[in-house]
Design a protein around this ligand. Structure first.
Ligand code: SF4
Length: 319
């Protein structure tokens, strides 16, 4: 369980100061179908060592991802660049909120070195929101992509970006750096934005994904949502149509899990057969690839999924 008051760190500041005054929400017991591999194997420990030695932050740890035992065992970590502190305060997210530190100019090189040491064929790079920076951190994303390309030219690169709201030219900077996959998560249906993702705008996020395809149709685009936040099935189906209108290739749907008592409660644990039904519907709507299971996360199995994406595009072109 993640903590709201981090009393172990040097400054002992609250991890989520904006949530501290909120009433506690009940923590629902997880159903039997949500079971994960415990972390701690020798390969997990090696991934942990390389992350620490390079002074890196991972979303696996910061978000308290349930898949960390499985992913790190396979040396698959998702790097979170531009620090561990986010300028937004989404109701579902466990990443620390506050005023971030200055950018670490050595970070592109550190991430690139770690990718090489881990021998990654496919890497996922994400970040905190950096509304404090004039370009939202787009230039830093581009620098990280370029540094990885220099050391590991065969590694494919997936970025999972913030929405760059009110940052003209930021998206174009990232697209020009030519990641292989551009991911931006919608997180939830539009009716839940005010309570779940208050700093963001649903149609801005849709437009961002659409714009990526306009700028470079060769890039794969990807987006994901969590279910169990109180959304209606019809709203999820409408969201799928919105993403297809933006020509998004890959959709991920996973169960929302509540990080602490101060976060948005789990309204419902969606059973596996409903995930399967979402998957079937999404394929019928034209997505090249769909991952919809309770433990699906944006970066879960991202390398294998990238190979499937490429194969699906080739099959479609050959059809
Ligand atoms: S699913 Fe993604 S965030 Fe979670 S442990 Fe795996 S790589 Fe990290």
């Amino acid at each position: 369980m993640a903590v709201v008051l981090d009393l172990l760190s040097k400054d002992a500041r609250p991890r989520h100061p904006e949530k501290a005054h909120r009433p506690d929400q009940p923590l629902a017991r997880k159903p039997d179908w949500i079971r994960v591999k415990a972390p701690g194997s020798p390969k997990w420990a090696e991934t942990h060592r390389i992350v620490r030695e390079n002074g890196l932050v991972t979303v696996c740890e910061e978000a308290g991802c349930p898949n960390i035992g499985e992913c790190w065992e396979k040396k698959h970590a998702t790097f979170m660049i531009m620090g561990d502190t986010c300028t937004r305060a989404c109701a579902f997210c466990n990443v620390k909120t506050g005023l971030p530190q200055a950018l670490d100019r050595n970070e592109p090189e550190s991430v690139s070195a770690a990718v090489e040491k881990l021998g990654l064929k496919h890497v996922v790079i994400t970040s905190v929101d950096r509304d404090d920076l004039s370009d939202g951190g787009a230039g830093h994303f581009a620098a990280v992509i370029e540094a990885i390309r220099l050391r590991s030219p065969a590694t494919t690169i997936e970025v999972l970006t913030p929405d760059f709201l009110r940052k003209d030219g930021a998206l174009e900077t990232v697209v020009r750096a030519r990641p292989d996959v551009f991911n931006h998560n919608l997180e939830t249906v539009p009716s839940k934005y005010l309570t779940v993702r208050p700093g963001a705008r649903y149609f801005h996020s849709i437009r961002l994904l659409q714009r990526v395809k306009e700028l470079d149709p060769t890039l794969f685009t990807k987006s994901g949502i969590m279910v169990g936040l109180g959304e209606e099935r019809n709203e999820v189906l409408q969201l799928m149509d919105d993403l297809r209108s933006a020509e998004v290739d890959f959709l991920t749907i996973g169960q929302y899990l509540q990080p602490t008592r101060k976060h948005h409660p789990v309204v419902r644990f969606v059973p596996p057969d409903e995930f399967k039904a979402y998957e079937t519907t999404a394929y019928a709507k034209g997505f090249l690839l769909v991952s919809a299971t309770p433990l699906t996360r944006s970066s879960h199995h991202a390398g294998d999924d990238f190979a499937k994406l490429r194969a699906a595009r080739l099959a479609k072109l050959g059809a």
